[in-house]
Design a binder for this molecule. Structure first.
Ligand code: SAM
Length: 226
């Protein structure tokens, strides 16, 4: 690869932090729906947190957020923003989700957030298995995902594959929303909500981990992914 993904996101970080959210109404809606499921005692994990905007917005509603990103530049900006706001219950750390030590038992997370990230991970099934492992029984996974497989054609789409393959851009998995939902279900989640604000927009999904110990049995696809 010409540019490793961490170097790409490090290069992007300052500009990314200055970019306006593409669809402010859709972003607000996702924040509100997510917040409606959060409680003051909750422990939350956000992976691929970027410059920390989402974690910092949710911080006042929960006990603690671990917000991780493998780009140290993104995390540096997130820490600057937390310090400027005086937010102390978000722990921003430079880490790949694949390497993040997952808590066990009662220390598991009440909620996990993965915003604009699932289309970027190298192994989607392994990532979903890790998210499930990170969650308490009945915990929720909130995600927003670019689904290239549902998008209408165009030069950009045609270029994304080859540019990703040679490492100029991060590799983007060509997912459809239906396929993503199916893979979440195969990982043992119950999919509670699927929302796409408009055609070609990222798909917001709320998926819930099994609530009982019996239902927590690792499904076949998950054990294969490990
Ligand atoms: C498209 S940005 C999204 C940032 C933020 N979640 C948002 O919605 O604005 C993707 C982010 O995920 C990070 N990232 C990609 N793969 C990752 C991984 N495996 N572990 C941790 N961070 C990752 C990148 O560094 C980048 O900051």
């Amino acid at each position: 690869m010409l540019i490793p993904p961490t170097a790409f996101w490090n290069l992007m970080a300052r500009n990314y932090s200055r970019q306006k959210v593409a669809d402010e109404d859709a972003y607000r809606h996702k924040l509100e729906v997510t917040a409606s499921h959060l409680s003051p005692g909750d422990r939350v994990l956000e992976f691929g947190c970027g410059t920390g905007t989402t974690a910092l917005i949710h911080a006042p509603r929960v006990a603690r957020i671990d917000a991780i990103d493998f780009s140290s530049k993104m995390i540096a900006i997130a820490r600057e923003k937390a310090a400027a706001e005086g937010t102390t219950n978000v722990r921003f750390e430079t880490a790949a989700f694949e390497d993040w030590p997952l808590p066990a038992g009662d220390d598991r997370y009440d909620a996990v957030l993965g915003m604009s990230i699932l289309h970027l991970v190298a192994d989607l099934d392994a990532t979903l298995a890790r998210v499930r492992q990170a969650l308490k029984p009945g915990g929720r996974f909130f995600s927003s995902t670019v689904c290239l497989g549902d998008m209408s054609g165009g030069l950009l789409l045609a270029l994304l594959g080859p540019l990703g393959a040679i490492g100029v851009l991060p590799k983007v998995t060509r997912l459809t929303a239906d396929a993503l939902v199916a893979r979440m279900k195969a990982a043992g989640f119950t999919v509670e909500e699927v929302w796409r604000p408009k055609p070609d927009a990222a798909v917001f999904i709320i998926a819930r981990a099994p609530a009982t110990a019996k239902a927590e049995t690792v499904p076949e696809t998950e054990s294969k992914a490990r």
